[in-house]
Ligand binder design. Structure first.
Ligand code: KG4
Ligand code: ZN
Length: 344
């Protein structure tokens, strides 16, 4: 069977075809992403109206390309999986209206996919072995920083989340403060990699907000403000840009790891999963793996292939496969935007 996945929740227009059977692994046959990053870069962030217009222009060519690369005709599709939210409302509508029209024209069922659930199921792509539960999942992206518990596929509960900025958002805002451009995550991490610790280090101290709080929540806006004040006081900050990026990134990584390990211990997790755009970060991937090995030696650590960490449609199609197996298809008339965090 084949599912076409469509994703347009932010500034990536994406389509993917995956192959699957009643049980067993999900294989990606194509994953096409048309990124609008260059268009939004000059504004320092995503402009919703421009994003929506770009989706409308790109969506059909991207879907055609996904079918062509997969060598699958639309007639062979079992269903269409579509991101229903959360995300930018005008961007979501572009994908949703396209999916609705194609479902009608091609007479196919639709599967609504929550965007966060999509990020989670990126870990299920090409998985030959069954994932063991309970799992603790850290979804860390531009819009979300959420710790979740999955007790079986389809059963996801929120354990904790950010009380203000998402981690990716903090990266993006910090990069803006340091005039580094958009999106901030990849740029800050590149600068951080260039930093070498020396004995005569310039002094930079950044807080780890809520590191020891009793809950499983996060907060990143205080960290961002602390960075702003240090930059204002430091006339030579440009000379120390790599160190600032390193310290800022490490403050984020430390809190993400501490809360994830804490949740893993509390729930006696058999699997820890990392997902979302920020999970493309090499240091976060490496340090989380080391922390799981050290603190939860019996627990498996999973993180998606880097190409499935930032927004893509293969993760949406993969999530749709698991929903399809549980009979969760709908008629095109019932499809609508849903920004709630109802994870399935
Ligand atoms: O999942 P995603 O593509 O979109 C949302 O659902 O939000 O995540 C985008 C976020 C951006 O904030 C971007 O700065 C961050 O992921 N990001 C990274 C890296 N690559 C992307 N953050 C840290 N390190 C990276 N290598
Ligand atoms: Zn995302």
């Amino acid at each position: 069977m084949y599912i076409l996945g469509i994703e347009t929740s932010c500034d990536e227009t994406a389509a993917s075809v995956v192959k699957f059977e009643t049980t067993g692994p999900v294989t990606v046959l194509s994953s096409i992403i048309s990124s609008q990053i260059e268009i939004h870069q000059k504004y320092g962030g995503v402009v919703p109206e421009i994003a929506a217009r770009e989706h409308v222009l790109n969506i059909l060519p991207v879907i055609n390309e996904a079918l062509k690369v997969a060598k699958v005709s639309h007639k062979q599709l079992t269903a269409i999986g579509i991101t229903k939210g959360p995300g930018l409302i005008t961007s979501l509508i572009a994908g949703i209206e396209t999916a609705r029209t194609l479902a009608y024209a091609w007479n196919k069922p639709l599967i609504e996919v929550n965007h966060i659930a999509g990020h989670i199921y990126a870990n299920f792509i090409d998985q030959k072995e069954d994932i063991k539960f309970p799992s603790v999942i850290l979804t860390v992206s531009g819009g979300h920083t959420t710790l979740l518990k999955m007790s079986q596929t389809g059963n996801i509960k929120i354990l904790g989340e950010t009380r203000d900025d998402a981690a990716g958002e903090a990266y993006d805002k910090a990069a803006k403060m340091m005039n580094l451009g958009y999106p901030g995550g990849p740029i800050i991490s590149q600068h951080a990699e260039l930093y070498k610790k020396k004995a005569s280090d310039h002094k930079i101290e950044l807080p780890r907000p809520m590191l020891n709080s009793p809950d499983l929540d996060f907060s990143f806006s205080g960290l961002k403000t602390a960075l702003l004040y240090q930059l204002k006081q430091d006339k030579s900050w440009k000379k120390h840009i790599n160190q600032y990026c390193y310290e800022f990134q490490q403050a984020i990584i430390d809190t993400l790891i501490a809360k994830t390990i804490k949740a893993g211990k509390q729930l006696k997790a058999k699997t820890i999963m990392l997902t979302g755009g920020v999970s493309a970060n090499t240091q976060l991937r490496q340090q989380m793996l080391n922390a799981v090995k050290k603190n939860l030696s019996e627990t498996t650590f999973l993180v998606p292939d880097k190409k499935y960490t930032t927004d893509n449609a293969a993760m949406i199609a993969a999530a749709a496969v698991y929903l399809y197996r549980r009979g969760k298809t709908i008629n095109f008339r019932r499809l609508k935007v849903d920004a709630s965090l109802q994870l399935k």
